[in-house]
Design a protein around this ligand. Sequence first.
Ligand SMILES: CC(C)(COP(=O)(O)OP(=O)(O)OC[C@H]1O[C@@H](n2cnc3c(N)ncnc32)[C@H](O)[C@@H]1OP(=O)(O)O)[C@@H](O)C(=O)NCCC(=O)NCCS
Length: 159
Amino acid sequence: MESEAVVVELQRNSKDFAKIVEEIVKLEKKIFPKHESLARSFDEELRKNNTGLLYMMDAHGEVVGYAMYCWPSSLSASITKLAVKASRRRQGHGEALLKAAIQKCRTRNVHRVSLHVDPLRIPAMGLYKKLGFQVDSLIKCYYSPDRDANRMFLDFASS
Ligand SMILES: CC(C)(COP(=O)(O)OP(=O)(O)OC[C@H]1O[C@@H](n2cnc3c(N)ncnc32)[C@H](O)[C@@H]1OP(=O)(O)O)[C@@H](O)C(=O)NCCC(=O)NCCS
């Protein structure tokens, strides 16, 4: 990974909040098809209780990726978004963001982190498997009538 890039937790009271959200929404629109996109409801998603957003900022202050996570209950947490700008992929940013999001979930003392991913998203499937996620089930027509989702999970060993 480029050594200058850092993972930052988005803070609502930060002076850069609106600018960062705007950059992320732009990426979201480019990366995801409408039925998978949170672009139109991003701010609403962020306002939900127990939701966090991490972003990767490069040395020039550009947002090159982001991960959203939530922990609706004390039992489990979810990774609800993960994306890296197309021109900045395969540099370790996705893995760093996912690891940071998993770590955030861990601090909530949940036992499991889950997520949904279209099985045709080969890079994402590769990344989730690399970090230990297992496929739980295939949910037909999850994203749209012709797009399914793998439900995946990662369990934390109880300590
Ligand atoms: C999935 C995504 C976030 C990965 O980001 P990235 O920064 O390119 O990933 P990294 O460079 O950190 O790669 C980490 C691991 O992911 C897997 N991976 C990444 N790109 C891959 C590819 N093109 N093919 C296969 N595996 C891939 C590999 O296991 C890789 O580990 P390795 O480098 O040891 O082989 C990125 O491809 C993306 O934004 N895709 C579009 C959005 C998306 O599908 N999001 C997930 C929706 S649930």
